[in-house]
Write a protein that binds this ligand. Structure first.
Ligand code: NAD
Length: 486
């Protein structure tokens, strides 16, 4: 985006060039902290998807044959250029998503680290050693890129999730077409422009616009080998259906409803700090948000008291007001009304807000950080992903009931256990149906560790060496070297 384009119209990026594409329709991108439009984004069409996929396919012919070292060198240069633009990217992200500036800077730092990690990891990628499994034959296992990968991303971590897709996709030798959320395209487009100074044209392309148009066209495109989606269960299902006709591979990072299991021996100050951070950062719009506290009844009152004090101390406001802001608005007016709808229905059910439970009377899409108590096990607010600053607290008499409640959800993304008992800490994760289980922490995600879910949370792993496996394919090459005896 050039300076004039930034306040005029956000474009697609295809074959190394910013383009308005074939479509004529644009929509404003809204700053959720003010409700005001900051820029327009041009919505793409199926023709734009065709052009981007053709560019990616053409670039794949060369990129696939680069060596791991050549790709690693380029990814390290990409990491440096992102790092050099930290403040610009963080401010753009904060304005577009409403997330506090320190959190946006953390996202940029994690994006840099992702590129650095993937640059190192691809050079160390290994498969089975060559072996002779049949007389006079030698087998080798090649790891190959899959081809053109479509990456469809949500609005809660636009830059970081883009980096977590682009890093391993390109490191493994694939080329990519990105489709950022229509609500938050700014940092993805800017990132792509920055990376274009180091990447060959066509290796990374962006088409903006609607999921039902651009996302669906990518999912159905015959020249797309794999679709990687981070988003809601509904979008994952739509992509899986569209992809079925061509049987293309999928990588689905979908919703979550993370339980926080608090035992009587837990450090309750640490729990309250952990939930105040992991339940409300990004205004609770986090697939791994610590949103469902399940606490031993003997310590429930003490924990609630500590938690409410911390939640009421959160600095809520427009991130543009300064680095002291800890929680911003919800992403869109629709999401704001959706979250308020959950709160209204909970109140009608007799569920009490220990704090919050209301909107904030100010411009933008702000909901007060909320703790709901006296919550029955079958309440909508403990079953559905609210995706807002709302934490529910349920109490339990024993461990078995707590485990059953934790697993009693369609989601299987992440969970945390809080206990000082070493045996319980070691044993309990085995009983929990979640792709990540933290003990005495929540939402800590280093680049070396895999991220992804079970059940309705999808399959496939972001981050770590497992992402490189997901974005590549194995090929068995078997050579018969037996000689004819004279
Ligand atoms: P969303 O599903 O509305 O949109 C995600 C992306 O999918 C967007 O780019 C959207 O345009 C696209 N899309 C929508 N319909 C589509 C279709 N029919 N075909 C193809 N693409 C389509 O999700 P959101 O509201 O942007 O993000 C919030 C959701 O994302 C939550 O459910 C959250 O849990 C999930 N999420 C999961 C993870 C994870 O790692 N598991 C991370 C972040 C967010």
């Amino acid at each position: 985006m050039t300076q004039t384009q930034q306040y005029f119209e956000v474009t697609h990026f295809i074959a190394g060039t910013a383009t308005l594409g074939a479509g004529t329709h644009s929509e404003p991108v809204i700053n959720p902290a003010t409700g005001e439009a900051i820029v327009d984004v041009r919505y793409g069409t199926a023709a734009d998807v065709d052009a981007a996929v053709a560019a990616a396919l053409s670039a794949f012919a060369t990129w696939r044959h680069t060596t791991p070292k050549e790709r690693a060198d380029i990814l390290l240069r990409c990491a440096t250029v992102i790092d050099e633009h930290t403040e610009e990217l963080a401010r753009l992200e904060s304005t577009d998503t409403g997330k506090p500036l320190p959190a946006a800077r953390d996202d940029v730092a994690a994006a840099v680290d992702t590129f650095q990690f993937m640059a190192g990891a691809i050079r160390a990628q290994q498969s089975l050693a060559a072996g002779g499994y049949v007389a006079d034959h030698t087998s080798t296992i090649l790891r190959e890129p899959v081809g053109v990968v479509a990456a469809i991303t949500p609005w809660n971590y636009p830059l970081l999730i883009a980096a977590q897709k682009i890093g391993p996709i390109l490191a493994a030798g694939n080329t990519c077409v990105m489709k950022p959320s229509e609500h938050t395209p700014l940092t993805t487009v800017r990132l792509t422009e920055l990376l274009a100074t180091h990447l060959p044209a066509g290796v990374l392309n962006v088409v903006n616009g609607d999921g039902a148009v651009v996302g669906a066209a990518l999912a159905a495109h015959p020249d797309v080998a794999l679709v990687s989606v981070t988003g809601s269960v509904r979008s994952g299902q739509a992509v899986a259906q569209a992809a079925a006709a061509s049987l293309k591979r999928l990588h689905l990072e979908l919703g979550g409803k993370a339980p926080v299991l608090v035992f009587a021996d837990a450090d309750l100050d640490a729990v309250a700090d952990g939930v105040a951070m992991a339940g409300y950062s990004n205004a609770g719009q986090d697939c791994g948000a610590a949103c469902r506290v399940l606490v031993d009844e003997s310590v429930a009152d003490e924990l609630l008291d500590k938690l409410v004090r911390r939640v009421e101390a959160l600095a809520v406001g427009d991130p543009a007001d300064g680095d002291h802001i800890e929680m911003g608005p919800l992403i869109t007016e629709a999401q704001y009304h959706r979250v308020l709808g959950f709160l209204d229905r909970a109140a009608e059910q007799g569920i009490r807000a220990a704090t919050g439970g209301n909107k904030l009377e100010r411009p933008g899409f702000f909901v007060a950080p909320t703790v709901l108590v006296d919550v029955p096990d079958d309440a909508e607010c403990v079953k559905e992903e609210i995706f807002g600053p709302v934490v529910t607290v349920q109490t339990f008499a024993d461990e078995a009931a707590m485990i059953a409640a934790a697993n009693g959800t369609d989601y299987g993304l992440s969970a945390s256990i809080w206990t000082e008992d070493a045996r319980r800490a070691a044993e309990l994760p085995r009983h929990l149906d979640f792709g990540t289980v933290w003990v005495n922490n929540h939402l800590v995600m280093p680049a070396e560790t895999p991220w992804g879910g079970f059940k309705s949370s999808g399959y496939g792993r972001d981050m770590s060496i497992y992402a490189l496996d997901d974005y590549s394919r194995t090929k068995h090459v078997m050579v018969n070297h037996g000689r004819q005896t004279p």
